[in-house]
Design a protein around this ligand. Structure first.
Ligand code: PXL
Length: 272
């Protein structure tokens, strides 16, 4: 049987982030994908990344989750992306209480780009209390790690590791805190806390730019690998390599965002 993954996340029409990139990543990694839509984020083409945010009705979210659950009651992995409102978080928390998921990958999306105002920023408390504790692995970026760790400022790899340990006290088994391009130095460093040890995942920085959808793609690739039975550390390493390949493409070919991941898929070994 082909492994299965269900993603609960928002729509981003360009296919560079959100549920679109999640489902493509599942498919590329050889996993059957299901998707529950939580919200629609639409960018104003005339204003770059300024966006509009429309949440889906909570009952409709609950119905989608039940439909997916009915189709595959023993889904291998649940991935949670942008939830966006406290009401949506309540619906998803109820689903987590009602069903047993083998593994849960939580990308705690608080902002689309680090410096951008987003309604999802209001959800940090609910995420922290109701969703993060249920996670097999949670994948905050530097900003989100600081917020989830209780308002810490993160300026070094040591700070990032401290934040990861702190977030683990909320309950998740693994915490992948991503420094990415945000920390100084020539390496893009992320740290994985596995409950006992910190593993440092480091690759040479490809550039200084923040790449739209990198976090969604990384968490989706982890979800797909875990669905196939890959251990979490190896899944994180495979996912980081895939995302790094995508970023290389973006910076060396000036590819539009949506094609970054398409090119990464082309250049990565299929289903391996
Ligand atoms: O990259 C974070 C993200 C997640 N989910 C949706 C988004 C974005 C960023 O734009 O639109 C739906």
């Amino acid at each position: 049987m082909i492994p299965t993954a269900h993603v609960i996340a928002g729509s981003e029409a360009t296919g560079g982030a959100g549920i679109q990139v999640d489902l493509k990543t599942f498919h590329q990694r050889g996993v059957y994908g299901m998707g529950t839509l939580t919200c629609i984020v639409s960018f104003d083409p005339k204003q770059g990344f300024n966006h509009r945010f429309v949440p889906v009705d909570p009952q409709v979210i609950a119905d989608q989750i039940e439909a997916a659950q009915g189709a595959f009651p023993k889904v291998d992995t649940l991935k949670i992306g942008m939830l966006g409102t406290p009401e949506t978080i309540d619906v998803v928390a109820s689903a987590l209480a009602a069903h047993r998921y083998r593994s849960i990958v939580v990308d705690p999306v608080l902002v689309c780009k680090t410096d951008e105002a987003s309604p999802a920023q209001m959800t940090d408390r609910a995420l922290r209390e109701k969703i993060v504790p249920q996670a097999t692995i949670v994948t905050p970026n530097l900003f989100e790690a600081g917020v989830l760790a209780g308002g810490q400022t993160i300026e070094s790899v040591a700070d990032l590791a401290d934040a990861a340990r702190q977030i683990a006290t909320l309950g998740p088994q693994y915490v992948l805190a991503k420094g990415g391009v945000e920390l100084p130095g020539d390496e893009a460093v992320d740290v994985l806390w596995d409950g006992n040890d910190i593993h440092v995942l480091s690759v040479p920085k490809v550039g200084q730019e923040r790449i739209h959808g990198a976090g969604c793609t990384l968490a989706a690739a982890i979800a797909a690998e875990v669905a196939k039975g890959t251990d979490v550390l190896s899944a994180a390493e495979i996912a980081k390599n895939l995302v790094t390949a995508g970023i290389h493409n973006r910076l060396h070919s000036a590819a539009p965002f949506a094609t970054v991941w398409q090119k990464a898929y082309e250049s990565s070994p299929h289903h391996s």
